[in-house]
Structure formats: C-alpha cells, structure tokens
Design a protein. Structure first.
Length: 202
C-alpha cells in the first residue's frame, strides 16, 4: 500500500511539473518573451532529448536492478558504462573521433558477452556472483581507460571528456526523432521481456 501511495504521489508530481512547464512556455511565447523560431528549432529538441535520455537511463537502471535483484544496480555495476568509455577512447587513439558512438556501443556489447561467457563457464549466475564479476570487470576497464587517457594530448582528452559527460548542444529535430524511435523500441522490448527479467532475478 505504501508503494502504491508513493507511486501515485510521484506520478502527480511529474504530471504537475510537465503541465506547469508547458504553461510557462506557452505564456512566454504568447507575450513575446521567447523568440518562437529559436524555441521550436533549437530549444525544444534539446529539452526533449534531455528528457528522453533521462528516461532511457532510468529504464536501463530498472532492467539491471530487476535482473540482479539489487536496488543499487546500474550499468556501471557490470562494467557496461566503463566499456563504452573504453570504446570511445580507443576510437580517439586510433584517430577516428567521428566513430566514438560506434566504438562505445561495440565495446559495451563485447564486455557484456565476455561477462556472460565467464559466468556461463564458471556457472556464476547468482545475482551476487554477477555483481562481483561485473565489479572486477568494471575496475579492469577503468584502469585501461585511465592508461589510454594519459597517452592522449590535451585536445583529445577534452574531446573524450565532452563525449563521456554528454552534451545537447548540437541536437536537432532529426537526431531527436531518431532517438525517440529507438527509445520507443527499447521501451517495447522492456515491456515484452518484463517477465523474463523477473524470472532471471529469482
């Protein structure tokens, strides 16, 4: 009962904030406090992308928490985020900064496959065992990232940090729509595979 009350309260708070933000934006547009073209072409895509990125990160956290039966689990727990950072650094070291996203996704997938292979070989599928394996892999990947970081010059380090921290500076409607489609596909997958995650956590 307490959880339901918390859920209802949080839902109403989120709804109130979104309605209030929309009312404030429309009021500013009507009374001329915001340039409409700037708002629709530049500001709104960035706001939507920021909300979407936060929602996807929250969904990823929910999947890890449900799978590992750990309320503190996150993509960092199994080294997925560290592997993505490593992939981005490798692309910069190789002189391919435009392929950082591809390198990050590839490294994250490979690290997950390696972790699952190790867990399968040693039959370590208990949530606690997976967390220990992930922590060890995360530490190893972070050490490699730090080593490669010291091999880069200042400009490359700043570029890598800008990519890791994230930015919505160059967001457009095209990238926002593409991200929204991918996010909806992931959300549908989470809904369809929800029972599978619950079964894995048992």
């Amino acid at each position: 009962m307490a959880k339901r009350l918390w859920f209802k309260r949080d839902k109403w708070v989120a709804t109130t904030l979104m309605v209030g933000a929309g009312f404030a934006i429309m009021t500013a547009l009507v009374y001329g406090q915001i340039d409409a073209p700037v708002m629709w072409m530049y500001r709104l895509p960035r706001v939507l992308m920021a909300f979407g990125a936060g929602a996807v990160l929250a969904g990823a956290g929910v999947v890890f928490q449900a799978t590992l039966s750990n309320e503190l689990a996150s993509p960092y727990t199994l080294g997925v985020s560290s592997a993505a950072s490593l992939g981005a650094v490798i692309m910069i070291v190789m002189g391919l900064p435009n392929y950082q996203v591809m390198g990050a996704i590839t490294a994250a997938i490979l690290s997950t496959l390696v972790l699952m292979q190790i867990a399968s070989r040693w039959r370590m599928f208990e949530p606690g065992q997976l967390v220990l394996l992930g922590t060890a892999q995360n530490t190893a990947l972070i050490s490699i990232v730090l080593f490669l970081q010291f091999q880069l010059d200042r400009a490359d380090v700043l570029q890598w940090m800008h990519w890791v921290v994230g930015s919505i500076q160059n967001i457009s409607w095209v990238s926002t729509v593409i991200f929204a489609v991918l996010a909806l596909l992931l959300a549908a997958l989470f809904v369809v595979k929800g029972r599978t995650f619950a079964w894995m956590s048992m």
